[in-house]
Design a protein around this ligand. Structure first.
Ligand code: ZN
Ligand code: ZN
Length: 250
């Protein structure tokens, strides 16, 4: 699998990065994990506008899904070749309504579904192109999911937004690469059931015995290097901060 960090800023974009969005590719299939603020522009640095095969939206906070409104325009009003087919979009219940409301002026109440095939996420497993996917509800103030993507015996896990929870451990268990949020700073913002801090992300990685930890979703006002040091204090494997444009072979 090839993982490209399209955007990795937490909560709102930074000067260096769009919000959460990660491209996972294998056997020519392209799955996008989240499409936060600014991600649609960055995505076009890596692939064509219409090259996606499926989208996973971890939850409906704007920093994970709001560029779907712009992507609706691109697919619905495509200038060449007519309207796009409905792209599978795996998202929590209510995604179509939420995005339709955010857009504010779709040509009809069901226009979104003409170019997006919304499929409601639950905790479970399914096959998607060449991938075996497992999703699980994680711990966040709104319905939110983490995802485990398997291909050819390799495993990528993505936390989405979450506090410490057993579901996250199960998703990350033995993953070759664990893309884990670390929004908060240890000792400063230890708020349960909302986000992880660097130390908690490191502890999750250590307990799940992951091969590599990539910390992501660090807001512009948070010191990423401090979070990385906090993670390294409890996780002995390779650990780094996600950066926009970074590519990993998983
Ligand atoms: Zn977020
Ligand atoms: Zn969130």
């Amino acid at each position: 699998m090839k993982l490209t960090v399209v955007g990795c800023s937490g909560s709102f974009p930074s000067a260096e990065s769009a919000c959460s969005s990660y491209l996972v590719e294998a056997d020519g299939f392209r799955l996008l994990l989240d499409m936060g603020n600014g991600a649609l522009g960055e995505l076009q640095r890596h692939i064509g506008l219409y090259d996606l095969d499926a989208i996973f939206l971890s939850h409906l906070h704007a920093d994970h899904c709001i560029d779907m409104c712009g992507y609706f325009v691109a697919r619905y009003y495509r200038h060449e070749g007519g309207r796009c087919d409905a792209l599978p979009v795996y998202a929590p219940e209510g995604a179509e309504q939420r995005l339709t409301t955010a857009y504010a002026d779709t040509p009809s109440p069901t226009a979104m579904s003409e170019v997006f095939d919304f499929r409601t996420l639950t905790t479970g497993s399914f096959e998607l192109g060449p991938f075996t996917i497992r999703t699980a509800k994680v711990c966040h103030p709104v319905e939110a999911y983490g995802i485990r993507v398997e291909h050819g015996g390799r495993v990528l896990a993505y936390s989405g937004d979450t506090g410490v929870c057993e579901a996250l451990h199960a998703l990350a268990d033995g993953a070759d690469l664990f893309l884990c949020e670390a929004s908060f700073t240890h000792g400063k913002e230890d708020i349960p059931e909302l986000h992880l801090n660097g130390r908690e992300a490191g502890a999750q990685a250590d307990r799940a015995r992951v091969g590599r930890l990539v910390l992501t979703h660090i807001p512009p006002w948070t010191d990423g290097e401090r979070n990385l040091a906090d993670a390294r204090a409890v996780y002995g494997g390779p650990a780094e901060l996600a950066k926009a444009g970074a590519v990993y072979e998983v």
